[in-house]
Design a protein. Sequence first.
Length: 67
Amino acid sequence: MQEIIFKVEGMTCEGCERRLQNVLMDIDGVEKAKASHIEKNVKITLNKDVDINTLKEAIEDLDFKVE
């Protein structure tokens, strides 16, 4: 298992957190995703190799900015 943490700008509420978590959980290899609009980040646990760019694109497709 591998954990990745991205700084994410643009989340303003728990609804944003849920949308981001749901999109990430749909990616094959993502075991867990925990977003926080307060901490401005998302912690992603992977159970196999996933291209980092795939994760970033999924986040940016929701109009959030990955730092």
